[in-house]
Ligand binder design. Structure first.
Ligand SMILES: Cc1ncc(COP(=O)(O)O)c(C=O)c1O
Length: 485
């Protein structure tokens, strides 16, 4: 519970739930006569009335405004959460998605333009990635990985083969092994080379007739481009195995290099990272899966089709498909926002996204690598990983550094990931941060590096200026209390 000091600084922290201020008839108080909404929702036939709070407009607006002051988001400031690509989400995309929200999915004619837009998005994603067919339905990156594994499993089944394992480099995100296991495969952790990327010779040592696929992230979570990817693809294909690419880091190569040209057979992209749609607390995600021609028959149902009259419809007659992976049309509004993002940039500006993301990350890396240890000296793209090794001697950890950034008005970077770096701080500024914000971040990190020698105690207790002080994260994870007292 918040302490007295917390409440003094942030009175919003005591914000009551709306149903505790609810009273009969309050919601009608400021609704003018012509817009009386009392009959709009007739729930008289319902067995049990939902407990919708009866509150006035002013109470509702103030409630959510106060709550928003307790939060930190990308509209607030830089959010350098490595691997998550927390870029600014242009508002024009929200307007595009909102313009379609009144269409009912059961109305075939009204849905046709929506399907046309989704079809267009599939085409653009295929072109951008150099892949032949796309399914937009998976709801997030991890769901895309699982869908990809199901597609590969079905392909092996059709080939009449049983292969039991997927190779995964040690830099991988935790969802990678989880998705493979849920998809029915065992996993083998493959070490990266000394320079922080997987080499063809290391891969060779792990290849045998039981390898269904390699699941690799490119660039990987150290921000390093997997430069032997072409040889790796050839080795896998000679072995009858597939190359799956986790495209969560596509932001780094968007419009500059295409996974399909690297020999990738199957991949997913995160619309909520690369294609500028909100995520985290800001909205649901979307993890479209892309495949080469050979795997197209196994993609999820339904498939978007255009009939002779130009009407777009949904096709379910695909006997080899893995079936449905999401209800209706996936997270359709996320897809529309991603399409708006692509169209608003156009083919000339898309590569600028990747170039600016890499420039921003390398600017920060150059400025910070004298103050903090840089565990891998290999050139990096859109993100980089520092460690707390230099500060550790003064008893200051990656967690202390991350929490102190909150006091400087930043969201912390990703910490303790990837696992190959002890005390990792993974920083991804993204292309949407202006130079002034990057410099403000550098100053904050310089101040923290200085404090770690003369006032480490201050860092141990950080943050000092946020609505909630340092929480016991282990207790919070192990002792979940999901209801408000
Ligand atoms: C490299 C990588 N792969 C996969 C994922 C999983 O994506 P999602 O969170 O959309 O399920 C993430 C998410 O942070 C990631 O960074």
């Amino acid at each position: 519970m918040p302490g007295r000091e917390d409440v003094a600084r942030f009175p919003e922290i005591r914000e009551p739930l709306l149903n505790t201020v609810s009273a009969f008839g309050k919601n009608k108080r400021i609704v003018p006569e012509p817009f009386d909404v009392s009959g709009v929702t007739d729930l008289s036939g319902a067995e049990e009335m939902p407990a919708i709070p009866d509150v006035s407009e002013v109470e509702t607006v103030r409630h959510f405004t106060r709550l928003s002051r307790l939060n930190y988001g990308i509209d607030h400031g830089m959010y350098p959460l490595g691997s998550c690509t927390m870029k600014y989400n242009p508002k024009i995309a929200e307007a595009a998605a909102a313009s379609l929200q009144s269409i009912h999915p059961a109305d075939r004619n009204a849905m046709s333009p929506v399907l046309k837009y989704l079809n267009l998005l599939q085409k653009y994603l295929g072109d951008i990635c150099g892949m032949d067919a796309v399914s937009l339905w998976p709801a997030a990156g991890a769901h895309g990985e699982l869908t990809g594994m199901m597609v590969i499993s079905r392909a092996l089944q059709v080939r009449g083969e049983t292969r039991g394992k997927v190779l995964i480099p040690d830099t991988a995100h935790g969802t990678n092994p989880a998705s493979c296991v849920i998809g029915g495969f065992g996993t083998v952790n493959v070490p990266s080379g000394e320079e922080g990327f997987l080499t063809a010779s290391i891969l060779k040592e792990h290849l045998d007739g039981d390898v269904a696929a390699l699941m690799i992230t490119n660039p990987n979570t150290l921000g390093i481009f997997e430069r032997e990817i072409r040889e790796i693809a050839d080795l896998l294909h000679e072995n009858g195995s597939y190359l799956y690419m986790d495209g969560a880091n596509l932001n780094a190569i968007l419009g500059v290099a295409r996974p399909g040209d690297m020999g990738v057979d199957c991949m997913h992209v995160n619309l909520h990272k690369t294609f500028g749609t909100p995520h985290g607390g800001g909205g649901p995600g979307s993890g479209p899966v892309l495949v080469k021609k050979e795997l197209a028959p196994y993609l999820p149902l339904p498939v978007i089709d255009e009939d002779e009259s130009g009407l777009f419809t949904l096709e379910y007659d695909r006997p080899l498909s893995i079936g449905m992976v999401h209800s209706c049309l996936g997270n359709v509004s996320v897809c529309i926002k991603a399409l708006a993002y692509i169209l608003s940039l156009g083919p000339h500006a898309l590569p600028e996204v990747a170039k600016a993301a890499c420039l921003n990350a390398n600017y920060l890396k150059k400025k910070l690598s004298g103050l903090f240890e840089l565990p891998y000296d290999t050139p990096t793209l859109h993100e980089f990983v520092l460690s707390d090794k230099k500060q550790k001697d003064d008893g200051v950890t990656a967690l202390d550094i991350a929490k102190s950034l909150v006091d400087s008005g930043f969201h912390p970077p990703t910490v303790y990931f990837p696992l190959v770096v002890h005390g990792a701080l993974m920083i991804e500024p993204t292309e949407t941060e202006p130079l002034q914000e990057l410099d403000r971040f550098v100053s904050a990190m310089e101040e923290i590096a200085g404090q770690s020698t003369y006032d480490p105690g201050n860092l141990h207790n950080a943050p000092h200026t946020s609505p909630v002080a340092r929480v016991d994260e282990t207790a919070a994870a192990r002792n979940l209390i999901l209801s408000w007292p």
